[in-house]
Design a protein around this ligand. Sequence first.
Ligand SMILES: Nc1ncnc2c1ncn2[C@@H]1O[C@H](COP(=O)(O)OP(=O)(O)O)[C@@H](O)[C@H]1O
Ligand SMILES: [Mg+2]
Length: 326
Amino acid sequence: MTQRPIIQIERLSKTYDGGFQALKSVDLEIREGEIFALLGPNGAGKSTLINIVCGIVTPTDGRVLADGHDIQKDFRAAREKIGLVPQELLTDAFETVWATTRFSRGLFGKKHDAAYLEEVLRDLSLWEKKDAKIMQLSGGMKRRVLIAKALSHEPRILFLDEPSAGVDVELRHGMWQMVRKLRDRGVTIILTTHYIEEAEEMADRIGVISEGRLVVVEDKDVLMKKLGKKQLELNLRAPLGAVPDALADLPLELTGDGKTLVYTFDTQTEETGIADLLRRLGDHGVDFTDLHSKESSLEEIFVRLIHESKRSEPEPAESTAPKGAR
Ligand SMILES: Nc1ncnc2c1ncn2[C@@H]1O[C@H](COP(=O)(O)OP(=O)(O)O)[C@@H](O)[C@H]1O
Ligand SMILES: [Mg+2]
């Protein structure tokens, strides 16, 4: 993977007709060759962001460059670099798989290339179905047809909007495999998901979006290391009113009506400090009946980030953006 940015998003904002602000000054660079997961709850603005980059929604403010081309001023050149697998399953029911894929390629002014289209359909296990009408296909196959269409013009950047929504586990894993294969061929992949597992499994980097704001962008491993904590929970024999002063220097928290003591430690450090903790608890007569440890998952990290971003949300200012700019 190079560090060259292939998508540059600057101060991107979107206010829909009616005044709802779906994106709030988003800055983001996607690196060539990476798999980037945009993670966020429903309504966070993921599809809005993708649809702007793909030219389906007009931004209210800011700009986007795709491989150096401004998506508004230089739309054709920018769009040609991009394949989009949309969230909604809309395809032409009466067309065959082959015809619809071939037609999609033609839309981008690319010369017909039977060998390439065959390769795409074979990769997606659709070759046997190439003469089937789309309405005859299962939901999973229809989604793969959307992927074939998105790949038909050999884009260098592929957007997958909620590729796993409504897809069974087997198909999901097949799709992940295919996405990795594309990445190995140099295609940059941006996927949106509200499944943490998907981001955890697939992404090189993760961006978390909440209420139209990009809350964090980080290497997945760094994100999980930096924010991942382990906790040791001790069930106390007798409830405490407060953490004893003599233990105030330790990362301890009292929960469960004073019946549970929670010790938080970093997953990065070699020394957990647990032996020291247990010795000092003994010294101060804090007795416990049971203890267990747990590790924060990407899920917990995600929930915490969303929660913190909402707490630190500035008071909404009067919007100066023109309405109905779509
Ligand atoms: N065409 C539209 N008009 C008005 N509001 C919209 C429109 N499209 C999306 N929204 C609103 O913008 C917010 C973000 O939507 P979306 O980008 O689809 O979120 P996500 O993909 O993260 O679930 C939601 O509150 C949604 O209701
Ligand atoms: Mg969406």
